[in-house]
Write a protein that binds this ligand. Structure first.
Ligand code: DX5
Ligand code: ZN
Length: 217
C-alpha cells in the first residue's frame, strides 16, 4: 500500500448499512479497514469479533487491519488469521512477551503488529520491534472512539521512529483528525487510524483526501 495510509476505524461505521459504507470508503480511496476488536475485559467496552470480519471479508478487496484490544489474544488469534485479516495487532499490555505470537503471525503470512497504550513506556516494546511489521501508538486510552488526542504521544512516535526499520509501519490511533494528523506525520507516523473524523463527516471522500493532504505537509 501507498503511504501515508488513512485507515478508517470501523468502530464508527453504520453497521445497519455496511454495504453502503464499504462502497463509500472504496470511493474515498481508503486502502484499509481498521477493525477494533474489544472484549469488555482488556478494555471497558465490547465491539465485534472474527465472525463479523470473516463475513465482511468477501465484500471488498481492501486491506484488513485487526486491532485486538483483548486479553489472552493467543486463544483467538487463529480465528482472525482464518477470517482473512492482512495484519493483526496485539497489545503489549495483554502479552508482556509477544515474541511467539508475532512470529506465528509472520509465519501465517499476516503482518505482525504491536500496540502500546499511552501510559506504557516505549522500552516495554523495544525488544520486539524487529519482529513487527507495524507498530501502533495509541494516542487515546483504548476502548472508545471520539476521544481527544493525547499530545504526549508525539514524543513516543518520535522515539519509536528512531528505533524501527525503514520498512516498519508506524501507526497512530485515537483522536486523529484534521487538526492533529500533521503533527503526528511530522513526528514520524505514516499510517493513521481515523474514526470520528471520517464517519462524522457527510462526505468521506473529502474527509479522506483532506487527511491525506495534511499528512503530507
Ligand atoms: C480506540 C480505537 C480507535 C478509535 C478511533 O480504542 O482503537 O481505533 O475507534 O476513533 P477516533 O478516531 O474517533 O478516535
Ligand atoms: Zn484501533
Amino acid at each position: 500500500s501507498q503511504l501515508p495510509v488513512i485507515a478508517p476505524s470501523m468502530l464508527k461505521c453504520d453497521f445497519g448499512n455496511l454495504q453502503r459504507e464499504l462502497t463509500l470508503l472504496e470511493t474515498a480511496e481508503a486502502q484499509v479497514l481498521h477493525w477494533d476488536v474489544m472484549d469488555g475485559h482488556f478494555v471497558p467496552n465490547l465491539s465485534y469479533g472474527a465472525l463479523l470480519i470473516e463475513r465482511v471479508r468477501p465484500l471488498t478487496k481492501m486491506f484488513f487491519d485487526a486491532h485486538l484490544m483483548i486479553s489472552n489474544p493467543e486463544k483467538y488469534i487463529d480465528d482472525y488469521i482464518d477470517a482473512g485479516c492482512n495484519s493483526i495487532t496485539i497489545h503489549i499490555e495483554a502479552v508482556p512477551n509477544p515474541k511467539d505470537l508475532l512470529q506465528h503471525l509472520d509465519k501465517s503470512g499476516v503482518l505482525p503488529g504491536l500496540a502500546i497504550n499511552p501510559k506504557t513506556p516505549v522500552k516495554e516494546i523495544e525488544p520486539f520491534l524487529e519482529l513487527c511489521g507495524l507498530v501502533l501508538v495509541m494516542s487515546v486510552e483504548p476502548g472508545f472512539g471520539g476521544q481527544s488526542f493525547i499530545s504526549s504521544s508525539l514524543q513516543k512516535i518520535k522515539q519509536l521512529k528512531k528505533l524501527i526499520s525503514e520498512e516498519t509501519i508506524l501507526s497512530v490511533d485515537g483522536g486523529i483528525g484534521i487538526d492533529t494528523i500533521a503533527e503526528t506525520a511530522r513526528a514520524g507516523a505514516n499510517y493513521f487510524v481515523v474514526g470520528s473524523a471520517i464517519f462524522n463527516q457527510s462526505d468521506y471522500s473529502i474527509a479522506v483526501s483532506e487527511l491525506v493532504q495534511k499528512a503530507r505537509n
